[in-house]
Write a new protein. Structure first.
Length: 262
């Protein structure tokens, strides 16, 4: 982690009335806490930061600020594969997928709920709270603790699209809400099932594929910059990028229908 950048964040505490506008306190030169103006706390989840923000900033603002979410579009087969994989790993002591490039590992936690302390952006008048549920934390045989996201795919995974998602999870683990111990991770990775074959066993028909372990480089400075940009969009200090061909914006009437080609 980039300790210098992160250490500049003020320490955040909840107001006594638990209201959405929470009091923040920052360390003074003599080590005591000094009161600063209340900030409005806005919750964002890693999927919004990793996918919606990168796809359409207008949709991101609509979700985070206005509570209008995009319809769920994940086919149920992928959810079934995710649950089956977690159930299989849960009963094993050591997971050895016997594949080159994939370390042997032990599950530390699965379906782990994360919630960060509110991260203040005082000049914007808001603080960002990261909330979500990650797939897994694992301990590898070489002594690393890795934040892992499970993926099922039939084509190469666009790794860059998952960098912000994994990075925000790692940030929330390192800076959790009050009363929760921080968890430092050594790296983040995708464990991908490349589902490309249908196979049979006695009495069974299933989809099979080769597992792949993809390390995803963390950049905490870039992650904080992304959070600041997201906060600026929600606060109205920055205008969302105009995406004329966004199907969701067209559906909600935010942009006009594209001209029909003849």
């Amino acid at each position: 982690m980039n300790e210098t950048r992160i250490a500049e964040w003020p320490y955040v505490t909840k107001a006594a009335d638990e209201s959405p506008a929470q009091q923040t306190s920052a360390p003074s030169p003599n080590g005591e806490l000094t009161r600063s103006p209340a900030l409005h706390v806005v919750a964002m989840n890693p999927s919004q930061l990793g996918f919606v923000l990168g796809d359409c900033e207008r949709c991101f603002v609509r979700e985070v600020r206005d509570g209008v979410r995009r319809p769920g579009m994940v086919p149920e087969i992928f959810n079934l594969a995710d649950r089956a994989q977690k159930a299989e790993f849960e009963v094993r002591d050591i997971i050895d997928l016997e594949t080159e490039g994939i370390p042997r590992f032990r599950i530390f936690a699965q379906n782990y709920r994360v919630e960060s302390t509110p991260i203040p952006f005082g000049d914007l008048g808001i603080a960002v709270k990261i909330t979500g549920r990650l797939d897994a934390l694992v301990d590898t045989e070489d002594g690393r603790r890795v934040l892992v996201d499970y993926k099922t795919a039939a084509k190469p995974v666009p790794v860059d699209r998952y960098r912000a998602q994994l990075g925000s999870y790692a940030l929330a683990l390192a800076w959790p809400r009050d009363g929760v111990a921080p968890i430092e991770v050594d790296s983040t990775a995708l464990l991908v099932l490349n589902a490309r074959h249908v196979g049979t066993r006695p009495g069974r028909l299933g989809i099979y594929g080769e597992p792949e372990w993809i390390e995803v480089e963390r950049d905490d400075v870039a992650m904080v910059d992304l959070l600041q940009h997201a906060a600026a969009l929600v606060a109205g200090a920055a205008q969302p990028h105009h995406k004329r061909d966004c199907a969701y914006c067209i559906y909600y009437g935010a942009v006009p229908l594209p001209e029909r080609r003849t």
